[in-house]
Write a protein that binds this ligand. Structure first.
Ligand code: GLN
Length: 351
């Protein structure tokens, strides 16, 4: 093909692309990231993933928190927010689900903000447990007892580090911090909180075990209660993707421009997510997908492509480890197609 013809063809193609995929919510947003994907790169892949996995019926809603057992298992939503604040959505992205364990990432960020990363590392640590997320055996067996901030024991310990004159002040501080990361005011889903608070004997037991080893830093039951509230915060897929995009964007919320999380804390957070974000499914996830991510038993998973953006998927049925089946499938598919795997040479532009 002649050069002229090539130019003409590519012009025609770009016009077609613009016609099909334009009217992005943030079409006018300046491209602040050199590596954020263009909308048209992502849109088709997300649609393919949605179609491919929407009828997968594997997995089962969490039922140890009674409220979660009743959530419609067919709900399915995908949202991507890029570091230059493009927003792509598909499916049930307005439904507000409980953030559950994904909250642990942001309480960790707040604790580091307050006392510095080194102190948090010293008080909680960051080692994989190789056991289920709520394991008391890990607390007994591990030298650090806490494991890491993303399993229940380590998370309750991390929550106990948040300062405040009383439980209410600590809780409000946490909720505000999450809201800053989401770029809008988030709220507690009271029914989830009540349902979990009535049944969380396992977490209370963990808090007392931690006390035995001096690895909880405020009243154990107060800390479990604040932790239970943080897990009951409602988010929709877009809000969750924006919280993830804040991590992908050096701690700056791409929609508000606010520096929510300290830049120097980001590598600690992302590495911890890589190691423990999907609990005892984390090794397989790193092997197959290669992106820091965090799951919650509410059915959400958010994965971070540093510098590029975040993808959040919500679909309640979970696998044995407590991770949403469809969310894992979608994120793996999208990450493969877009070359997001951090450990793949092509993700940094090598041929
Ligand atoms: N609130 C839940 C619990 O403490 C969170 C667990 C999760 O999402 N994996 O069990």
């Amino acid at each position: 093909m002649s050069v002229k013809r090539q130019v003409r063809t590519s012009l025609v193609l770009s016009v077609i692309a613009v016609m099909c995929f334009s009217v992005p919510v943030n079409a006018q947003a300046p491209r602040t990231s050199p590596v954020a994907p263009r909308r048209e790169q992502v849109e088709a892949v997300v649609r393919e993933a949605y179609e491919k996995f929407k009828n997968d019926n594997n997995g089962k809603n969490a039922d140890y928190i009674p409220y979660l057992a009743q959530v419609d298992s067919k709900l399915f939503g995908i949202a991507i927010v890029t570091t230059d604040n493009q927003v792509l959505t598909l499916g049930d992205v307005k439904y507000s689900f409980s953030i559950q364990s994904i909250s642990k990432v942001f309480t960790l960020a707040l604790a580091m903000e307050e006392m510095g990363a080194d102190k948090v590392f010293q008080k909680v640590g960051s080692e994989p447990t190789g056991r289920p997320f709520n394991s008391p055996l890990a607390v007994v067996d591990m030298a650090t007892h806490t494991g890491n901030p993303l399993v229940n024991a380590g998370a309750i310990s991390t929550t106990s580090l948040i300062s405040g004159k009383d439980a209410n002040e600590k809780w409000n501080k946490i909720l505000n911090f999450y809201s800053q990361a989401a770029g809008e005011k988030l709220q507690l889903i009271d029914e989830v909180y009540k349902s979990e608070a009535a049944t969380n004997t396992g977490n209370k037991a963990l808090s007392y075990l931690l006390a035995k080893y001096d690895r909880i830093y405020a009243d154990p039951f107060e800390s479990v209660d604040i932790y239970t509230k943080q897990c009951s915060v409602g988010v929709n897929a877009v809000q969750l993707a924006r919280m993830g995009a804040t991590l992908a964007n050096n701690g700056i919320n791409p929609s508000t421009g606010e520096q929510v999380i300290k830049r120097e804390d980001i590598p600690h957070i992302l590495s911890t997510m890589t190691m423990a974000g999907l609990y005892d499914g984390s090794g397989g996830w790193a092997w197959n997908v290669g992106l820091p991510a965090k799951s919650g038993v509410g059915g959400g998973i958010v994965a971070i492509a540093p510098g590029k953006g975040a993808i959040a998927v919500f679909a309640p049925p979970l696998d044995e480890a407590g991770n949403s089946v469809k969310a894992q499938e979608v994120i793996k598919y999208v990450a493969d197609k877009l070359n997001y795997n951090l450990y793949s040479p092509s993700s940094v532009g090598l041929k």
